[in-house]
Design a binder for this molecule. Sequence first.
Ligand code: ADP
Ligand code: ASP
Ligand code: MG
Length: 274
Amino acid sequence: MENPVKVFKFGGASVKDVESIKHLENILSSFREDSIVMVISAIGKTTNALEEVVHAHAQQTGNAIEKLEAIKQYHYQIAEALCGVDEELFASINDTFVEIDWVLEEDPEENFDYMYDQIVSVGELLSTRIVAAFLKKMDFPIEWMDARDIIRTDNIYREGWVQWDETVNKARKVMLPILESGKWIVSQGFIGSTSENFTTTLGREGSDYTAAIFAYCIGAESVTIWKDVPGVLNADPRYFENALLLNQISYREAIELAFYGASVIHPKTLQPLQ
Ligand code: ADP
Ligand code: ASP
Ligand code: MG
């Protein structure tokens, strides 16, 4: 089954600040007639900042709350710059942070990886709330979706393994009716949940993988990973000035590139697409 649905993934760099998020409007304007699922990463380097909160709490260094405060301010500023004082958006951001406030009020969890996922997953929940609110304001037909209601994993925190049968069923049941009603879906990369509804993450840089998971589950026609480069190059342009654009590569070559560390695509992404 192939659905004429396009899956677009925007990484942290593509939503790193107010200007970058505004730029999404330009990109998406050419697709107003299409059916789109958007997968979005945490804003800029938020995941790294949240990792610092986790370490500070685990080691009881005393500054976890202060570190979280800086992340809160940053997100509220971006939200306000994009949407003004949008009470619904502010309430959703606040509710998202409250979950971490509770974790930080308690002694650190013995299971570090579990605690890590409960805290770090918030980056994607926040970015999607903000981007969804902004795009709605720009008159795109947006529905925010919690990826944890779709992507079911095992209990391996920080490297959740997708339970495919359940994930496919949930994706079809929830996502297809939204798309059929003419709405676009905005959802989080990187996160899933266990059968007990605890949040898991799929491994660092895992948002590309989420895009591929959704695409596979609903039989989308394509996945586009929007980046700050013109496409897949034959080398990382940060290190090689004359890197060349590859107009086409096979799955096999892409898997090799990713496997040998080309950070442009997460290695797990190719298999569901293939
Ligand atoms: P995201 O915002 O999606 O997380 P990344 O910063 O992880 O994006 O990936 C984009 C970066 O990947 C580019 O800026 C580039 O420096 C790097 N990169 C590494 N290898 C390649 C390659 N083979 N082709 C293109 N870009 C590459
Ligand atoms: N935000 C997560 C990370 O930085 C996932 C991703 O960006 O793909 O690892
Ligand atoms: Mg990234």
